[in-house]
Design a protein around this ligand. Structure first.
Ligand code: ZN
Length: 148
């Protein structure tokens, strides 16, 4: 089902032509600082099916991660909204920031994957039922860990 997303001020918009992938929370320090939240909530999609429809303020920041190669963080330079993350070492996936989806309830699935789970803040981990979810030590493809 195709869907759209946009930043806070409307200078950046996108459309996606494929199906929504998994709901992914990332608990790494970079994501916390970048989003200002205790975790970053994302929708996994295929980069090839994503298209920026308005990119007046679109900018990116090359971050580092546990692989030492950057996730590229896409955001609106006018309003500061985080919009998406792509991986420099793997061009196929894209991680859309859940908060930028236009139809949040219609598109965003339940969170089923947690990246950098060992770094989850106590404030997040305590109120969250992690049962049946995939808890990873780091980025996608890293070792699975058990709930705290
Ligand atoms: Zn904006």
């Amino acid at each position: 089902m195709p869907f759209t997303g946009s930043c806070l001020c409307g200078a950046c918009t996108y459309e996606y032509s494929g199906d929504a992938g998994p709901g992914i929370a990332c608990h790494c320090t970079s994501c916390r600082r970048y989003t200002g939240g205790l975790a970053s909530f994302n929708l996994g999609v295929e980069a090839a099916k994503h298209k920026w429809t308005k990119k007046d303020g679109l900018a990116s920041y090359l971050d580092t991660c546990d692989k030492g190669e950057g996730p590229r963080r896409w955001f609106c330079s006018k309003c500061g909204s985080p919009l998406a993350t792509t991986l420099e070492y793997d061009p196929k996936p894209m991680f859309l920031k859940a908060g930028a989806l236009d139809d949040l309830d219609g598109v965003m699935p339940e969170i089923s994957v947690h990246l950098f789970y060992p770094s989850a803040a106590r404030a997040t981990a305590k109120g969250w039922d992690f049962a049946g979810q995939t808890l990873l030590k780091g980025m996608p493809g890293s070792e699975q860990v058990s709930a705290k």
